[in-house]
Write a protein that binds this ligand. Structure first.
Ligand code: TRP
Length: 328
């Protein structure tokens, strides 16, 4: 069976943008691939090093969100990054042949640095894409489902793998990238991106009432004052969500909006119902885990143990390839 490795930084709750960007692909592919799901806590520290106290809760939150969306812990290996020392070892070895300029020109690093207001970049932050290459290669993943913003990191991973295999011996696997069906979901405020820091999100863990409140806040076509005014769905946030979550009805909704036969209130009510219907099975699974939080810890510990044994095999081959395998 081919492998998937994917993951999240544990920085808080996951939202609908994450879902259509990459999470749903994990769920769909878990039967076809031996799937590793990584909680990238070391990577979270590259922006949150001053607040390690939040990590323990966020690690469990990331696992809970992924269990809620339907990753089956009997099939999927849940991994805590900081407990796989081989990831750190691989990161150090790879860093010998990744240039600082390549890292500085990574567009995701640049936009995150701007977002966080970093000017003098920390070594760990600048280098986290190298560590991400180690995340992906320790288990020789063939496929990596991610959001659009991760594409530059996957390009770097592929480069590192090719370089390693050329320099030493062909032991690593060059992974394919898989981006979700909606590259970037707009925020409730109409911002190009749904993002926690912009507070324009609907979270997977939101209650039905909260989803309704949030959808009601979403900005619509500003030219539409009365329900009978002719609307412009292409500029409407709510229509963007209908396209993402309500494909079956979205063409009809566009026509009714353009013709002024459906008002924004009714259109939002319809969207709320569709989103809540999608979230309902997730809520049921989430409640189960919230009643048995010890299960989440067990899943993380068992998965991490398996990951360490897979990583140890890879590390053995890497050491041999690099001729740093002295006493065997
Ligand atoms: N960088 C990813 C994010 O911010 C999280 C991540 C860490 C990841 N390691 C990974 C994703 C390996 C895919 C593969 O969402």
């Amino acid at each position: 069976m081919k492998r998937i490795l994917t993951g999240d930084r544990p920085t808080g709750k996951l939202h609908l943008g994450h879902y259509v960007g990459s999470l749903e692909n994990r769920v769909h592919l878990q039967d076809e691939y031996d799937t590793f799901y990584l909680v990238a806590d070391i990577q979270a520290l590259t922006t949150n090093w001053e607040h390690p106290e939040a990590l323990a809760q966020h690690v469990r939150q990331a696992a809970e969100d992924n269990l809620a969306i339907g990753l089956d812990p009997n099939k999927v290996t849940f991994v805590v990054q900081s407990l796989v020392p081989q990831i750190a070892e691989l990161t150090v070895l790879f860093s010998n042949f990744v240039s600082v300029n390549v890292l500085r020109h990574n567009p995701t690093i640049k936009s995150e640095a701007a977002q966080y207001g970093y000017d003098d970049l920390m070594y760990g932050f600048l280098g986290y894409p190298v560590s991400q290459a180690a995340d992906i290669t320790f288990c020789k993943a063939h496929l990596v489902p991610v959001g659009e913003d991760q594409v530059p990191h996957l390009e770097l991973t592929r480069r590192i793998v090719r370089r390693f295999n050329d320099l030493y011996a062909p032991v690593l696997v060059e992974p394919e990238t898989m981006v979700g069906r909606v590259g970037r979901l707009v925020g409730l405020d109409g911002n190009a991106k749904m993002s926690k820091s912009l507070e324009n999100c609907i979270y997977l863990s939101d209650s039905p009432e909260m989803v309704s409140t949030q959808v009601n806040k979403a900005v619509t076509d500003p030219a539409r004052i009365r329900a009978t005014d002719k609307g412009h769905p292409e500029v409407c946030t709510v229509y963007g969500y209908h396209q993402a979550f309500n494909q079956g009805e979205s063409a009809d909704i566009a026509t009714s909006c353009q013709g002024g036969t459906v008002g924004c209130v009714a259109c939002k009510r319809r969207l709320t119902a569709v989103i809540n219907k999608m979230l309902e099975p997730m809520r049921e699974r989430r409640v189960e885990y919230q009643q048995h939080p010890e299960r989440i810890d067990e899943i993380l510990q068992a998965g991490t143990a398996r990951a360490v044994s897979v990583a140890a095999d890879t590390m053995e081959q890497v050491r041999q390839a690099m001729q740093i395998h002295y006493f065997k």
